[in-house]
Design a protein around this ligand. Structure first.
Ligand SMILES: [Zn+2]
Length: 796
């Protein structure tokens, strides 16, 4: 609007931004020209650089963004704008109404300034989505007619520009003609009055409708100011914190009041309310989302305030920020860095900042899923039966459940334990399916659940995960006993973790006969310990020491989660070629510790162990390699052999109890996971080199991880070890046996996978025991009809 002062009668208040986009502006004289030229230059620069033309919605978003930024500066531009254009791809016309408060709306027609008081009612009445160019020009005449009659200042006529798919052209328009279409007779044949450029611009976009498919935004025919007002109202309600929006709201309301001034206005359909900006508007920002860098693995903690309350993740750079209201860290991040799309880590709602409205768009669902993958029972039931290929963003195939895990510094001891537990099916299924969302759930359970669900995510952006969030909680809960910077013993960690997980799931503190958590249900069994005191005295004749066993045998039953297996001592002397004669021992020999016959001496006691029925569904074997505590001692490199990862018979180690299990019937277990240690032998003083080598290896594999492990790891002194885990892919095994039935000898994929930090590789089941196993999980094989075996036996 030129205002009451006419500076120049034929002033052109439009700027052509590119071939198909035209901007009309009104407002403070200096601001308008300066801002319009700035926008024009930037849009043209974009076209030159990218050799492609921005569509009207992209231009509108850009203009709005610039205006929003200036609004928050010390010298905001006071500019009202109309943007008209044809989308170069869809060939559809668009018109955007933008005001000096940087609110934007896509509209079928629009006007700014004083002219809108006179024109909008006419436009409301006569505009329709299929309007042709000629009809549009007639409508424009009716509008200028109104202005000539009613605007109390000298009217200098309008300049009409038309945007078509061929570009922008000026349209001849007779400014002196008085339209007779108007119902009202022209009593005052005034001279032309000034029409704000905006209303002419609005016309331009509209006239394309004739030869173009109906535009959605247009067919809704919603009066812009209302929609806009409602939009802001809704946003303000949701937020309750955006002062600027309230201001905008008021501005919109006041112009709203003038809508129905014209008396011959027909009642129009109730305007559709919108709670989010029109489509297309938000699209530009959604394009800035950078999925490649998103994983949400790190602890949800504001990168500025370090608070974990009300945290949003920036979807452009992946960082976390607190809050989204004005003066919040996310808000400032949006202003300072220009990243506009944020997701609330709790509610998973996506917002555009600094404006603060919520974006609801299907295209965000994948991100919401990655934040919090979830499963239903059918999906979980299929995990171990069917192989479905999954692909990450880079298009690489991966097996859900068998993905690498970041070794942040020296947390491979934790990674292998998490991988192992994520393949103990009752544990996994519980954490995949259980809802941990209620407040007050201990973080240990929540974060472990999140990690397990990410491990099995079939829609992951990246085919590896980071245990950072869980690690932070573990470091806190264990009072820094287990951290990501210090290597630890996986078994020590596992027993700490199982106990704490058990408690955080509400398990009973006191030992109980029946399991009180999923942890106990999976692993807990009972064993009998019989002990006999041994006393030594000297023989009267030979003066030799003689041992006698006390006649009384103490017998007690204790629960266990992990069974410790002792290795036979290694030979005292070592051959010069030490590598070639690594001692071996069969697993069954180690298990004889529990046969109730083999006894061991311990603190002047002779002790015998025997497992009791019923055996747990999963057995954890800890092969005791470190002879003293932690890592300050000898490591026993003996290899534990077993003929097959399948069909380990545990029945010889269980005290017979015919009520529960028929005597001499085998109790078969199959190997599920095997944590092994990978000793990297290094000469004293060569630690750094070894560590460096490892780091290089790891870095070569992935951008996201560091694979180096700390030199203070197990066996520190002359050696360091790193941990890896071998996992059985049950679904692949099932698939393979199906395939083999049809085509003998063929395999669909490897049944055993070896995971070391980020690296996942195939492992041959025949060579599983060739490395130094440390912790094994064996799964009890389900015997068909086993559950009602007792009943059957009785029936016979
Ligand atoms: Zn960012």
């Amino acid at each position: 609007m030129r205002g009451p002062t006419i500076i120049k009668a034929e002033d052109d208040k439009t700027k052509q931004l590119n071939k198909h986009n035209l901007m009309a502006f009104s407002g403070e004289a200096g601001d308008t020209v300066q801002f319009a030229e700035y926008i024009q230059a930037n849009i043209q620069l974009y076209t030159m650089r990218n050799d492609t033309e921005l569509g009207p919605n992209a231009v509108a978003s850009f203009v709005r963004g610039e205006l929003a930024r200036s609004l928050r500066s010390r010298n905001p531009y006071t500019v009202n704008l109309l943007l008209g254009g044809i989308d170069p791809i869809t060939q559809k016309p668009h018109l955007y109404w933008i005001d000096y408060l940087a609110s934007v709306a896509s509209v079928p027609y629009a006007a700014h300034g004083y002219a809108q008081y006179y024109c909008l009612s006419t436009l409301d009445k006569h505009h329709h989505p299929d309007i042709s160019l000629d009809e549009g020009l007639k409508l424009l005449e009716m509008c200028t007619d109104e202005l000539k009659r009613r605007l109390p200042i000298d009217y200098k006529g309008v300049l009409v520009k038309v945007i078509t798919k061929d570009g922008v052209r000026e349209q001849d328009f007779d400014n002196n003609r008085i339209s007779i279409m108007s119902k009202r007779q022209a009593e005052l044949s005034l001279e032309e009055e000034e029409l704000s450029m905006s209303s002419s611009a609005s016309k331009k976009a509209r006239v394309e409708d004739g030869d173009l498919p109906e535009d959605e935004a247009r067919s809704e025919a919603l009066p812009l100011r209302r929609a806009n007002g409602q939009d802001i109202l809704a946003a303000a309600e949701q937020e309750g914190e955006e002062l600027e929006e309230a201001a905008q709201d008021q501005g919109a309301e006041s112009s709203d009041a003038n809508i129905d001034d014209d008396d011959d206005k027909p009642a129009i359909a109730a305007p559709k309310r919108q709670s989010a900006p029109l489509e297309g508007y938000s699209d530009l920002y959604l394009d800035t989302i950078n999925r490649e860098i998103l994983d949400f693995d790190f602890e949800k903690q504001c990168s500025v305030s370090l608070s974990n309350i009300n945290v949003y993740a920036c979807l452009v750079c992946g960082k976390y920020f607190q809050g989204r209201g004005p003066k919040s860290h996310a808000y400032f991040h949006a202003l300072e860095v220009g990243h506009h799309v944020f997701i609330n880590m709790g509610t998973k709602k996506v917002y555009v900042l600094p404006e603060g409205y919520e974006v609801q768009n299907k295209s965000l669902d994948d991100i919401k899923y990655v934040v919090d993958p979830h499963y239903n029972k059918e999906e979980v039931a299929k995990l171990d039966k069917e192989v479905h290929d999954a692909f990450d963003l880079a298009g690489n195939r991966y097996r859900p459940g068998f993905v690498g895990m970041n070794n942040i510094k020296a947390n491979d001891y934790l990674n292998v334990v998490v991988q192992l537990l994520a393949h103990v099916f009752p544990i996994r299924n519980y954490f995949l399916l259980h809802d941990f969302s209620q407040p007050g759930t201990p973080q240990l359970a929540v974060r472990f659940s999140t990690l397990v669900r990410k491990l099995w995510n079939h829609k992951a952006f990246r085919s590896h995960v980071s245990p950072h969030e869980l690690l932070q909680e573990i470091a806190l809960r264990s009072s820094k006993r287990f951290t990501l910077t210090q290597q630890s013993d996986p078994v020590e960690f596992l027993s700490w973790f199982l106990n704490n997980l058990h408690l955080s799931l509400g398990g009973a503190k006191k030992p109980s006969k029946t399991p009180t958590s999923v942890v106990q249900a999976a692993f807990q069994g009972h064993l009998r310990i019989e002990s006999q005191a041994i006393t030594a005295h000297s023989d009267t004749q030979n003066a030799r020491l003689v041992f006698t066993e006390s006649g009384t045998i103490n017998s007690q039953t204790t629960p266990y989660l992990i069974l410790t297996l002792d290795l036979p001592p290694t030979p005292l002397f070592q051959s010069s070629n030490r590598e070639s004669i690594i001692p071996q021992v069969p697993l069954t020999t180690l298990l004889n510790k529990y046969n109730g016959i083999t006894a061991s001496e311990k603190l002047a006691q002779r002790v015998r162990h025997r497992l009791l029925h019923p055996l747990p569904p999963y057995l954890l074997f800890h092969i005791k390699r470190f002879s003293k505590n932690r890592f300050v001692s000898e490591r026993n490199p003996t290899i534990v052999t077993f003929p097959s990862p399948r069909s380990l018979d545990m029945s010889p180690y269980v005290e017979p109890n015919p009520d529960i299990w028929p005597h001499s019937e085998p109790i078969l277990y199959d190997l599920v996971a095997n944590i092994i240690l990978d000793p990297t032998v290094a000469a004293p003083g060569a630690h750094e080199e070894a560590a460096a080598d490892k780091g290089v290896n790891a870095a070569g594999g992935s951008s996201g991880g560091s694979g180096s492990s700390s030199s203070s790891g197990a066996g520190a002194g002359s050696e360091k070890v790193s941990w890896l885990v071998q996992l059985h892919d049950k679904a692949m095994a099932a698939e393979n046996s199906r395939v083999q039935k049809e085509h003998a000898g063929e395999q669909r994929g490897p049944e055993w996978l070896e995971i070391q930090d980020l690296f996942v590789k195939k492992a041959e089941s025949e060579t599983l025991f060739t490395k130094e196993g440390y912790l094994m999980v064996w799964e009890r094989r389900k015997v068909p009809g086993k559950a009602n075996r007792k009943g059957k036996a009785a029936a016979k």
